[in-house]
Design a protein around this ligand. Structure first.
Ligand SMILES: Cc1cc2nc3c(=O)[nH]c(=O)nc-3n(C[C@H](O)[C@H](O)[C@H](O)COP(=O)(O)O)c2cc1C
Length: 221
């Protein structure tokens, strides 16, 4: 079934919007719930570099394996640099007929998460965990100020050379940021288990999440 084009599917009882529940009763819960991936932005609304720095300053205080703090961050807000960066990024792999935000709805800024190999003591895997923690801190702080983002792991290998990075720095993840220009809604994964996100005719982006019972594993030892 082509869910993207079928408004009927939207109304289907199988697709249930996740309702306000216990998660929403505390402030952190509200933030986590609100911190959705957004891929269309109000590009004309600028992001202040100092604000992005303040979010990185927060991420700096998060956990890291061995307290290694192997991550470095590059902030990009300059329009010319943003235009150079954009073509190296791949957007929403499940949406085969959408190739990313159009001019005017592209990110107003980026935080590029870098691994400093000179600081790495353990396995590279540890840096990826750190990066997940750090980007979630940034996104949570951003949402409080009405800014949303999209992590981009699918970037072109050309990005490293575009950025002119010294040898010890590697790109781990790109965080695209901006004021949102699309609505995102969580819903429950249906019986068929399809976790692919989709966009409906009105442009609302739907993100299926597995239910709590489906992700809890009973100890069996
Ligand atoms: C490690 C990681 C890499 C991701 N890479 C991409 C990407 O390359 N392109 C993209 O459009 N979205 C990317 N995303 C965003 C996910 O598709 C998104 O988190 C997922 O659809 C769930 O939506 P939500 O963040 O609103 O819960 C990435 C997310 C994570 C955590």
């Amino acid at each position: 079934m082509n869910r993207k084009n079928t408004s009927k599917a939207k109304k289907s009882s199988a697709i249930r919007t996740i309702r306000r529940n216990r998660r929403m009763e505390n402030r952190i819960g509200k933030h986590v719930y609100a911190t959705r991936t957004v891929r269309k932005f109000q590009e004309e609304k600028p992001l202040d570099r100092s604000v992005l720095e303040s979010w990185i300053d927060l991420a700096r205080c998060g956990g890291s394996a061995r307290n290694g703090q192997v991550l470095k961050y590059m902030i990009v807000t300059d329009p010319g640099q943003r235009n150079q960066l954009f073509p190296t990024l791949a957007w929403a792999g499940y949406l085969k007929d959408w190739h990313g935000p159009e001019p005017g709805e592209r990110p107003s800024g980026y935080i590029i998460c870098l691994l400093d190999r000179k600081l790495l003591q353990g396995n590279e895997k540890e840096a990826y965990f750190d990066c997940g923690i750090a980007t979630q801190s940034v996104l949570l702080a951003a949402v409080e100020q009405g800014v949303f983002g999209c992590r981009i792991g699918a970037f072109s290998p050309k990005l490293g050379s575009l950025l002119n990075l010294p040898e010890h720095l590697d790109v781990l993840l790109v965080l695209a940021l901006g004021y949102p220009a699309e609505k995102v809604q969580l819903e429950q994964v249906r019986g068929d288990g399809d976790i692919r996100y989709w966009r409906d005719e009105e442009g609302t982006f739907h993100v299926p999440k597995r239910s709590l019972v489906d992700i809890l594993v009973a100890p069996n030892f």
